[in-house]
Structure formats: structure tokens, C-alpha cells
Design a protein around this ligand. Structure first.
Ligand SMILES: [Zn+2]
Ligand SMILES: [Zn+2]
Ligand SMILES: [Zn+2]
Length: 334
């Protein structure tokens, strides 16, 4: 079956109600735009005929057609908008599924409440549907870009689009919420420790405790590996936060990188503080507290987790003591 049909079937299949109000890739419409794009077609054809000449001409040809007005305006801006809507829809639904608006201290209470409101299976199903939603749309984007490549064949435009997606943080499979959902589904599994696999028809999720790696295998054999090592302390993350750029750190490490005290929190970081890995600024204010991931690590690496917890507690006490000592000194005035 052609992907266009598979995608339509997915959109109007049994999940139609779930997908209501969620944006998706307008695959058919984008395909039509490409068909109409005669400009590109004639350009790429003239390109191909020139390519049969010698090397110099080939280079000239690529330089000459850096962009296509039709594609730039209709195809890419449309696709970009869709990707950004999908990313937004995905994170807000994942956020509300994981009920992160509840303060972390109430996590245990929350886990009790969850079971009262909805049964476990319904929550699991919704998590799986969200993962399928992001996967199907990612595949749609890949397929339509491949079609673009066939018709227009202007590689620089394609690369430009890719880097824009990255800069806007709308690369669908890079969402920290996908990692949270994976951890969320693993947390429902009753097994303790060891390697195991959580399979639902379309994807599987694994946690390898010895390597601190979480693996998600999605449809179309897309495989994602999430390294759970903190780049600052070089150990498995504890009390992890994902910055807006997607990089993952322990809370204590992120706080020290942003030069804020732990009890003040990442929200108080300066907007000019940079991510230690990618050097992007302004990534601390909307950092995501990865509660499900923390819970997963607590369950699977219990000893390590406890050790880190007491370490973090001691550090927090030390920091606030130093802070208040300093405040008193100011108050007394010496
Ligand atoms: Zn074009
Ligand atoms: Zn760390
Ligand atoms: Zn970063």
C-alpha cells in the first residue's frame, strides 16, 4: 500500500476520535503542491541534462538555483507550520497525560489518584496512541521530503529546512516528551530490574540499566536511543531536567551550569545562560522536569538513585546554609 493511503487509513481509523483537534501532516495537499511545482521540475530537468556535461557545468548549475519560489513559499512554510503544530499538540497532550502540572512532591499521591480516575489500561493506551501519532507524522514528513527531493532536487533548500526545524525545536522525534512517554510506559510494567521489552504492535521500548540507555523502536524500523548520561557529572542522570534544546542533565548539574542555587531552581537562571553542550541561550526557563524518567531510574537503579538522593540533599542543605549566612552578613553589614 502507498504511504498516502496508509496515512489516510491511520487518520480515519479507530483513532479518529483521539486525533480530533490534533494537527497532522497534510500529506495529500503537500503532494499536490509538489505536482504543481513546474518551476522546480523544469529546473531540475535542465540540471540533469547539464549534468551530463563536464564537472564544472554541474557545479554552476547547483549554484544557480539556490531556491525555488513556489516551494519556499508554499511547500516548506506549510510543512514547517504543520510540524510546529504537531510538536505543540504532542507536548501539550503528553504533558496533560502525565499530569505534570502537579508539583513533584505530590508524585506518590498522584500515582494513587491516577488509578482512581482512569484505569491503567486506558492511560497506557493513550500513551501508546501519542507515540504512534508522533511516529506517523514523522514518517509522513520523511516521505514528503523524499518526494520533494525527487521533484525539486535542490539539496541546499532541503538542508536549510532541516536546520530550521532543529533551531525551532520541532524535530518531532527529539521531543523530551517522547522520552517521558517511553519511561511512563516502562513504569507501568510490573517487572523489576533486568532487561525486558515492552511491545505494543507498533513500537517497543527498552531500558538497559547497565548502559543507562533507553531505546524506542518505532514503526518503519525507526530506532531511537536516549543516552541517560549527564554530560556534566558523566553519570546516569538524577532528578533529570530536559532543557529547551533537548539536552538532559541532573538538576544539580544544570543548576551549577546556570550558576543558580538548587533551591532557587532553573526558572531563576539568567536568559543568557548557555546549555553546556550546544551553547544555546535561554534554554533554562522552560526546562522540563522529567518525572517519569526519574521514577524509572528509581525503580531500576534503586541503590544508585538513593545514593544520589542523599548526595543532592546534602548539597542543597550546604547551598542554602551558605546563602543564608551570606544574607545575614549583608544584613548585619560587615
Ligand atoms: Zn519547487
Ligand atoms: Zn549530572
Ligand atoms: Zn543543548
Amino acid at each position: 500500500m502507498k504511504f498516502g493511503e496508509t496515512f489516510m487509513e491511520y487518520l480515519h481509523g479507530e483513532q479518529e476520535r483521539f486525533l480530533h483537534k490534533c494537527s497532522h501532516v497534510e500529506y495529500k495537499r503537500l503532494k499536490k503542491v509538489l505536482k504543481k511545482c513546474r518551476t522546480c521540475k523544469s529546473l531540475s530537468e535542465s540540471c540533469k541534462s547539464e549534468q551530463q556535461g563536464d564537472k564544472e557545468e554541474e557545479e554552476d548549475c547547483i549554484c544557480e538555483y539556490q531556491s525555488c519560489p513556489v516551494c519556499d513559499q508554499m511547500f516548506f512554510s506549510e510543512l514547517m507550520k504543520e510540524a510546529s503544530d504537531i510538536a505543540g499538540c504532542f507536548s501539550s497532550r503528553a504533558r496533560s497525560l502525565l499530569q505534570l502540572h502537579v508539583p513533584s512532591g505530590k508524585l506518590r499521591f498522584l500515582l494513587g489518584v491516577r488509578r482512581c480516575f482512569k484505569d491503567e489500561q486506558a492511560l497506557k493506551d493513550e500513551g501508546s496512541m501519542l507515540i504512534e501519532y508522533i511516529t506517523m507524522n514523522e514518517i509522513a514528513i520523511r516521505k514528503i521530503l523524499k518526494k520533494y527531493d525527487k521533484v525539486c532536487n535542490i539539496y541546499s533548500v532541503y538542508l536549510n529546512f532541516k536546520s530550521k526545524m532543529k533551531a525551532e525545536h520541532i524535530e518531532l522525534l527529539r521531543s523530551p516528551w517522547l522520552m517521558e512517554l517511553g519511561a511512563f510506559l516502562l513504569n507501568f510494567n510490573k517487572l523489576d530490574g533486568g532487561e525486558f521489552s515492552e511491545s505494543s504492535g507498533h513500537f517497543s521500548c527498552d531500558f538497559n540499566a547497565s548502559l543507562s540507555v533507553m531505546t524506542l523502536t518505532l514503526a518503519n524500523s525507526i530506532k531511537l536511543e536516549f543516552d541517560l548520561t549527564c554530560a556534566i557529572c558523566l553519570d546516569t542522570v538524577y532528578n533529570p531536567y530536559a532543557l529547551s534544546c533537548g539536552h538532559l542533565f541532573c538538576k544539580s548539574c544544570a543548576c551549577s551550569a546556570a550558576s543558580v542555587l538548587m533551591f532557587q531552581g532553573l526558572k531563576t537562571a539568567s536568559p543568557y545562560s548557555k546549555c553546556p553542550i550546544c551553547r544555546e541561550v535561554g534554554v533554562y526557563a522552560n526546562a522540563i522536569h522529567m518525572l517519569e524518567l526519574d521514577l524509572l531510574l528509581k525503580k531500576r537503579l534503586t541503590e544508585y538513585w538513593k545514593e544520589r538522593m542523599s548526595g543532592e540533599r546534602a548539597e542543597r542543605v550546604k547551598q542554602s546554609k551558605e546563602y543564608w549566612d551570606l544574607q545575614t552578613q549583608y544584613a548585619i553589614g560587615y
